[in-house]
Design a protein around this ligand. Structure first.
Ligand code: DGT
Ligand code: CA
Ligand code: CA
Ligand code: ZN
Length: 574
């Protein structure tokens, strides 16, 4: 089982216990466990193999109770309580409950009053106007449900980049062990770093392909085989995602990599350029007439059409070819450019690890600094801190910094932007912080103008140096709140506030397109993980991917600078 599968079981248990109105703390424990499992870099089964239940209990948020359930899942692939809950609330019902705008209470009522117990039935009922009859179903509520159905439609059959990543990593690890395999390249939208991935496309070079195809079909991640041929197979993985594998000859590797990386629009544009030069570009190579002239590397393919190498994240057919032609491709940011992480939560609020543990992890990643940014009091569900409590935390950080050599813990907070645009802490507290992150965590359903004004007002506070997850979206779960992002970008520029690219896998907020807009407007950004456990710091790569898709360079990102320069940037506004 992949970690996402374990996590899904616990998310589901939590969700279903919520339906049954169970104890809030019990529900929270399952959610915490699921969250921490998701951010874990090591596979749970591997952790278990190392040291059994005891080793599992070392993971933050996992006590004996949950560890035993994990053991059960590893041994039998199922968990009893989970299965029992599923009998009471079948999959179709859960899916309906997950439509944004529905939730547990509404789902139960729909089942009781109208016998609606699947997402499809819900859609039909909405279309027929049946919901209007129900008590409490005002036009606005129905409108929200309609939006929720549309949101679900948009992400149907797509998976988060991080989930695809877990499967790709597992598949690639196993392919590497096959002696016939020479090169391996996960291509497609995954390689382009898109926030959601439809299916996985893996390219392999080998002289003999049959043994590879046979082995691939038997990988434990594979649920069933759709088709298996000599050079191409398609399977469905255990999470329902499709994976295609293609075996090509070494001399075709570059052209195949280019073709299967896409995107389609980019490919079409490259082919058109080739035609103008009297060439033909296909997945098999670059041809002059019937003569193969190039294709061993991607660089050869680009060279054939007179272009420099274009990084995969830019290949969307949105101006990259033009920029390449003019020698104006950006010098894209890389993971190695990141020197620290400016948003994370410790045990002082809803994080699973102590500040010391977060520091240790950050040092392991080669960082020179981090900011601890626990929640503030209005976000009570996430253990938000009062003014008094944070003063204690800050003293703790001071003591710790006294002991650390060549590493700095910056004092921060993720401060709530209240509905009227004022902040959850007074300036007298903000003043003593190095990193003040402002964020919207409540009252998401404001009219556009009001929400925009609310956020801009927060940016006007001279102590706020960073706006976190600026649109509030959760991919596939919650649309961005209504906000005029162009106005927010403009206000960031005018006030000297930085915008965050939140690397949390279901946020990726700013999105790639918004990154590009912010850069064009001359706004600097930070890439932060918003980690709630030490392992969560590893999600930085998804934020960097998003930044690369947004054409960003190291100089655009404040946490690529050394500490001294970063501090200057953070204090520039005061
Ligand atoms: P996805 O899987 O929906 O997230 O997106 P992709 O980009 O991975 O698309 P996919 O898996 O359908 O195909 C992989 C690549 O193969 C795609 O990015 C470009 C190339 N490709 C697929 N179909 C066509 C086509 O009809 N024309 C051209 N020129 N390229 C194609
Ligand atoms: Ca794909
Ligand atoms: Ca595909
Ligand atoms: Zn949080």
């Amino acid at each position: 089982m992949e970690n996402t599968e374990f996590a899904k079981v616990f998310w589901e248990i939590a969700e279903l216990l919520e339906l049954k109105n169970e104890n809030r703390f019990k529900i929270r424990a399952y959610q915490k466990a699921a969250q921490n499992i998701e951010s874990l870099s090591e596979n749970l089964s591997a952790v278990y193999k190392k040291g059994g239940i005891k080793e599992l209990e070392e993971i933050p948020g996992i006590g004996e109770h949950i560890a035993l359930k994990i053991e059960e899942l590893i041994k039998t692939g199922k968990q009893k309580n989970h299965q029992q809950l599923l009998k009471e609330f079948p999959r179709g019902f859960i899916e309906m409950m997950r439509v944004p705008g529905i939730g547990p209470k509404t789902a139960l009522m729909l089942r009781k009053k109208l016998k609606i117990d699947t997402a499809d039935k819900l859609q039909t009922a909405v279309a027929k106007g049946l919901l209007k009859e129900l008590p409490g179903f005002k036009e606005k509520k129905i409108e929200n449900i309609k939006k929720g159905i549309a949101l679900k439609e948009r992400v149907k059959g797509r998976f988060l980049l991080s989930e695809a990543d877990q499967y790709v990593t597992a598949l690639v690890d196993q392919l590497k062990k096959l002696k016939e395999v020479e090169e391996i390249l996960p291509a497609g939208s995954y390689r382009r770093g898109k926030e959601t991935v439809g299916d996985i496309d893996i390219l392999v070079t080998a002289k003999k392909s049959e043994p590879i195809m046979k082995a691939f079909a038997l990988f434990p991640q594979v649920d069933r085989v759709l088709s298996q041929g000599p050079t191409r197979s398609s399977v469905i993985l255990r999470n329902g995602m499709q994976a295609d594998i293609r075996v090509v000859q070494p001399k075709e590797f570059g052209s195949a990599a280019h073709y299967f990386t896409g995107n389609k629009q980019h490919n079409i544009l490259i082919r058109e350029m080739a035609v103008k030069k009297g060439l033909k570009v296909s997945e098999y190579g670059v041809f002059k007439g019937t003569k193969w002239t190039a294709g061993k590397t991607e660089a050869e393919v680009f060279k054939a059409v007179g272009l420099p190498y274009i990084p995969p994240e830019l290949r969307e057919g949105t101006g990259e070819i033009e920029a390449a032609r003019k020698g104006k491709l950006p010098d894209l940011i890389e993971l190695a450019d990141i020197r620290g992480d400016l948003q994370m939560h410790s045990k002082y609020s809803d994080g699973g690890n102590t500040i010391e543990e977060l520091v240790e992890k950050a040092q392991e990643l080669g960082y020179g600094y981090i900011a601890i940014t626990d929640h503030t009091k209005s976000t009570r569900v996430a253990g938000g801190q009062t003014e008094k409590e944070i003063i204690k935390e800050l003293a703790h950080i001071d003591r710790l910094n006294g002991k650390l050599n060549g590493f700095r813990v910056l004092k921060g907070a993720e401060v709530d932007i209240l509905p009227d645009g004022t902040l959850d802490f007074p300036d007298s507290v903000l003043k003593v912080l190095d990193v003040v992150i402002a964020a919207v965590h409540s009252n998401f359903k404001m009219p556009r103008e009001k929400m925009t004004r609310r956020i801009i007002k927060a940016l006007e506070n001279k102590y706020v140096n960073l706006l976190s997850h600026p649109t509030g979206r959760l991919i596939g779960k919650r649309d961005p709140y209504e906000v005029d992002i162009e106005d927010v970008i403009k206000a960031a520029k005018e006030t000297g506030t930085y915008l965050e690219i939140n690397a949390y896998p279901e946020r990726l907020d700013l999105s790639d397109l918004h990154c590009r807009r912010a850069k064009e407007a001359g706004v600097m950004m930070s890439i932060d993980t918003d980690a709630h456990a030490a392992a969560g710091l590893e999600a930085m790569k998804y934020g960097v991917m998003t930044a690369r898709r947004g054409w960003l360079e190291p100089k655009d990102i404040i946490n690529t600078y050394p500490l001294a320069k970063l501090i200057k940037l953070l204090y520039a506004k005061r």
